[in-house]
Design a protein around this ligand. Structure first.
Ligand SMILES: NC(=O)C1=CN([C@@H]2O[C@H](COP(=O)(O)OP(=O)(O)OC[C@H]3O[C@@H](n4cnc5c(N)ncnc54)[C@H](OP(=O)(O)O)[C@@H]3O)[C@@H](O)[C@H]2O)C=CC1
Ligand SMILES: C[C@H]1O[C@H](OP(=O)(O)OP(=O)(O)OC[C@H]2O[C@@H](n3cnc4c(=O)[nH]c(N)nc43)[C@H](O)[C@@H]2O)[C@@H](O)[C@@H](O)C1=O
Length: 330
């Protein structure tokens, strides 16, 4: 049995059979945290621990330590972060590096220091932007730190790389069962639909919807339309997170992707069709394209027996419906 297999053997099956255990989902009101929360409740977890940002500011070390000392969760999932699209990442580099370093450092360290080794396992979420701008495609886990980062999100990427390394260091030095998952670009209910600071998919849903209802002739889309992106529905990601909590306890971070990529032009055409907008697309070439291609190699996760299920067209229609029912008039 290899090192990874023997590390896994101890952990397999322990999470899903522990449904009365206290599971802290940090960031439970965000895109990812809310999907993980829904998934855990659907699986019958009866003791999911949550705090809003107002109740617990995760950048405050003393507050995070006090929270862990009082609550002593058995499992921790780190889905709280400062997150945004290409514009937000380029505009607020200090926030993206500092807030993310603070949140993840406070949580991982408090999980270790929790009295009596209460925390049995922690999962940290990174992102596909940790990889070099010109990484080999599809991008294997081994591409980490093999070349320069994409400049529009290097601050965020450096924080996320530090999170992976912190999980590895705490595993090596302290035996904390901390694992890291690297999702590709995500979308779904509870996404951020901000006109400038969001990711492309929610931004386009909002822009096409507003153009449709105002009978506008055109919609502006950023960049050239040529970059390729891989999208994963957040319910698939939540399923993968639970799978990894149950089945994986290795040092290496794990890519989580759908394996399917589209150009931004193809995505924009798909959103236009789903929303039912009938005007023209206009490309704003003054806006950055970002990294040209970002397809994850998710064969490590596939080898463990997990794969994505929700096709992009179906997930997009579901997300547009959620947007119309929950966001549109706010
Ligand atoms: N969205 C995507 O496409 C991708 C996301 N990921 C990763 O998934 C994780 C979650 O991202 P996502 O769900 O999209 O992000 P969201 O912005 O949707 O959610 C983040 C959550 O964290 C909370 N939060 C932020 N700062 C603090 C703080 N100081 N104290 C307490 N809570 C805080 C937010 O609360 P509030 O809003 O009240 O501040 C929010 O609920 C991140 O680690 C991200 O890197 C990875 C790949 C792609
Ligand atoms: C998940 C990942 O997300 C970020 O990286 P990104 O993949 O470049 O994310 P994005 O969704 O913002 O853009 C994707 C593409 O789409 C184009 N694009 C067109 N029109 C709009 C538009 O209206 N908004 C946005 N945001 N992009 C647009 C845009 O120009 C780009 O070519 C990282 O910062 C980092 O946070 C990270 O980890």
């Amino acid at each position: 049995m290899g090192k990874l297999e023997s590390e896994n053997a101890e952990a397999i099956g322990s999470f899903l059979s522990d449904t009365s255990a206290k599971v802290f989902v940090a960031g439970h009101r965000g895109l990812v945290g809310s999907a993980i929360h829904r998934k855990l409740v659907a699986l019958g977890f009866t003791n999911v621990l949550v705090r809003t940002h107002a109740e617990l500011d995760l950048t405050r070390q003393a507050d995070v330590e006090a929270f862990f000392a009082a609550e002593r969760p058995r499992y921790v999932i780190v889905a709280a972060a400062k997150v945004g699209g290409i514009h937000a990442n380029s505009t607020y580099p200090a926030d993206f590096i500092a807030v993310n370093l603070q949140i993840q450092t406070n949580i991982i360290d408090a999980a270790l220091r929790c009295a009596g080794g209460a925390v049995r396992k922690l999962l940290f979420l990174g992102s596909s932007c940790i990889y070099p701008k010109l990484a080999p495609q599809p991008i294997p886990e081994s591409a980490l730190l093999s070349g320069p980062l994409e400049p529009t999100n290097e601050w965020y990427a450096v924080a996320k790389i530090a999170g992976i390394k912190m999980c590895q260091a705490y595993r090596i030095q302290h035996g904390l069962d901390a694992i890291s998952a690297m999702p590709t670009n995500l979308y779904g209910p509870h996404d951020n639909f901000h006109p400038e600071n969001s990711h492309v998919l929610p931004a386009l849903i909002r822009r096409f919807h507003k153009a449709k209802v105002s009978c506008a002739n055109e919609v502006v889309v950023w960049g050239t339309g040529s970059p390729l992106r891989e999208f994963l529905h957040v319910d698939d990601l939540a399923d993968a997170v639970v799978f990894l909590m149950d089945r994986y306890s290795g040092l290496e971070h794990v890519n989580v992707g759908s394996g399917k990529e589209v150009t931004i032009k193809e995505l924009a055409e798909m959103v236009k069709e789903v929303v039912g907008f009938e005007g023209e697309l206009v490309w704003d070439n003054t806006k950055p394209d970002g990294t040209p291609r970002k397809l994850m190699d998710s064969s490590m996760l596939a080898g463990m027996g997990w794969e994505a299920k929700i096709p992009l067209r179906e997930g997009l229609a579901d997300t547009y419906k959620w947007y119309v029912e929950n966001v549109v008039d706010q």
